[in-house]
Design a protein around this ligand. Sequence first.
Ligand SMILES: *Cc1c(COP(=O)(O)O)cnc(C)c1O
Length: 228
Amino acid sequence: MNVQENLQNIQLQIAQACARSSRKSEEVKMIAVTKYVGIDRMREALAAGIQHLGESKAQDAVHKWKTIGQGPIWHFIGHLQSNKVKDVVGKFNYIHSLDRPSLAKEIERRAAVQEQTVSCFVQVNVSGEETKHGLEPNETEDFITFLTDFPHIRVVGLMTMAPYVENPEETRVVFRTLKELQCRLQKKSWQHAPLQELSMGMSNDFPIAIEEGATFIRIGSALVGRDR
Ligand SMILES: *Cc1c(COP(=O)(O)O)cnc(C)c1O
């Protein structure tokens, strides 16, 4: 396990995916998902040049945030329980898993107290798998319209997780559907929801997600490995 080597390998794959789809590498930001590893490996990733860290369990995330501090850009990518919102707001720069009104209300309440605006992704369950969180694609417009009344929430983009499949090519339709939804909703020109970002693609499928328009990819095992 060598984060530096993994990073170089992934950066090459990002460049190749960008070349295939006539995109610029700078358009794609990599989040190192460190939920499977400890502080040492996180520091190794930062030393290798990683700027974005992603965590998915509130308790671990807060402990790691307190240890490492504010330098990196922090992303909360996992399912977020309302009673954990108070721990995340004010520490994490982005929340990728906004998927229900009760969560929006709690984020709004906590963000207002701290006089912060929270950058959020609305999570969409494009594949329709029952085990996955997120709104159905056809519920997304109404949900973002509802968020108009939440002045401390800024909807920067849409997020999805593709199913894990042997052949990553099969995930393409999921990413393409999220891109189409983004394009359709951007036409609303919402003030509170510029929707310029797409958070999609993980270790198994990120080259395809990039070809289909990802601006944030979330890479765990292929970058930092797994110790837990
Ligand atoms: C764990 C996780 C990832 C990273 O998974 P890998 O397959 O190890 O790259 C990305 N996004 C979310 C939401 C996750 O929970």
